[in-house]
Design a protein around this ligand. Structure first.
Ligand code: 2P0
Length: 395
């Protein structure tokens, strides 16, 4: 049996991907830009094993066996094997005998699915990276990850990433590239405000499909993207927080405006999300400086970008206006040890920051994180599959 175990990160788009021109190849109607988050806080882990003794291909996700006859998983496996065979033909691959063996895949996330964070991006990036290591494939794998889930192609790289929509109909140039590593902007921080909500949302695959069919506004959006991608890339290169923050907020607002312009309308934002948006704008105005940016995906959770020096104050404000009713224990998660190092600027006049009543119990918790590196290969003792090629009991 040959087994490889890898980990891969979550990414948050600051210029969003919303709409496809090809549903099977997963080709986007616009390019997008993202920040890869640190795996210490949010990470998918996947073990892939091949053996001459396995009877059939099998997959386990978060402890449950799933059907492997899923078109996207099949596309990813097919594409990886095609690439491996091509490289074998060039005598560059000694792992080719494994290509005919059956495969076992076991994957899990280190964060609760309830957090409502896009787990498919990290999951597919991790699967593709693990298969790349197993079959010893060279070259870019973002086009293969894209066939699993569009946003997954951006999780193949760490730091700051652009997914170029590409021009070719076969999708071979619709790929991700790193514009800067995570070390480029060391004081950039991220707070994920996980909203307390049970409601099931329209999935993003379906949501973007209906938007493309019915929204007028989406055409306007698509036309405006190339300039935005250029401007935010420059802002990232220059560590220009103001421009980065403004484009991020405006792009999130525009994506959600297109969702509302969809018929029937799709609203991912809730009253709590809108209150977070207001708080950020009040705070920036009071500071006479853009200090915080928000962005929202296909759900109500807010992702805030800010600089390390402002984290304590923003956390005070968030906790004041969105207080946990079950006490502070575990309310703030992630890189909490860093909070001890920073100043705790006390606030006395909350009302002057935001003239609103607090909304108790509206946030489930907050994750404190930052940008981080791309997928990694882990050691064999971290394998989710046992010696027999089946999930370890804890996996
Ligand atoms: C993004 N989202 O750029 C946007 C913003 C959600 C809102 O990419 O159909 O799970 O698998 O390609 O990648 C989520 O969509 O959709 C997404 P598919 P995906 O991050």
């Amino acid at each position: 049996m040959h087994c490889v175990t890898c980990s891969a990160p979550v990414n948050i788009a600051v210029v969003k991907y919303w709409g496809k021109s090809d549903e099977t190849l997963i080709l986007p109607v616009n390019s997008s830009v993202s920040v890869t988050l640190h795996q210490d806080q949010l990470q998918a882990q996947t073990s892939v094993a091949v053996s001459n003794n396995f009877e059939k291909d099998r997959i386990w996700l978060n402890g449950q066996e799933q059907s492997i006859d899923n078109a996207r998983i099949q596309n990813v496996i097919k594409e990886i094997k095609r690439r491996a065979r091509k490289q074998k033909a060039g005598n560059r691959n000694d792992a080719a005998e494994k290509l005919n063996w059956k495969i076992h895949i076991c994957s899990k996330n280190n964060f609760p699915t309830a957090a409502g964070l896009a787990s498919s991006a990290a999951g597919y990036a991790c699967l593709v990276y693990a298969l790349k290591c197993l079959y010893q494939i060279d070259g870019d794998i973002s086009t293969i990850a894209r066939c699993g889930s569009g946003s997954a192609c951006r999780s193949v790289y760490g730091g700051f990433v652009v997914w170029d929509k590409g021009q070719r109909q076969d999708g071979t140039d619709s790929m991700a590239r790193q514009i800067q590593p995570h070390t480029h902007w060391p004081d950039l921080r991220v707070l994920i405000l996980v909203v307390n909500e049970q409601k099931k949302h329209t999935g993003s695959t379906e949501g973007m499909q209906v938007t493309m069919e019915t929204s007028e506004l989406i055409k306007e959006r698509i036309g405006s993207i190339p300039d935005k991608v250029e401007q935010i890339s420059q802002a990232i290169n220059n560590r220009d927080f103001k421009t980065f923050a403004e484009i991020t907020m405006k792009d999130s607002n525009q994506m959600h405006a297109c969702c509302l312009d969809t018929y029937p309308p799709i609203s991912y934002l809730t009253d709590v999300s809108r209150r977070i948006i207001q708080l950020v704008h009040y705070y920036n105005k009071k500071s006479q400086e853009v200090k915080v940016a928000y962005t929202f995906d296909a759900g109500p959770n807010a992702c805030l970008f800010l600089l390390k020096k402002d984290v304590q104050k923003v956390l005070h404000l968030v906790k004041h206006f969105f207080p946990p009713t079950r006490g502070e224990k575990d309310f703030i998660r992630g890189n909490t040890s860093e909070l001890m190092e920073t100043e705790s600027n006390d606030i006395e006049d909350y009302e002057s920051y935001f003239p609103c009543d607090p909304m108790a119990d509206s946030l489930r918790y907050i994750i404190y994180t930052m940008s981080g590196p791309g997928p990694q290969e882990l050691t064999s003792d971290q394998s989710l599959l046992g010696e027999d090629g089946f999930p370890r009991t804890s996996s």
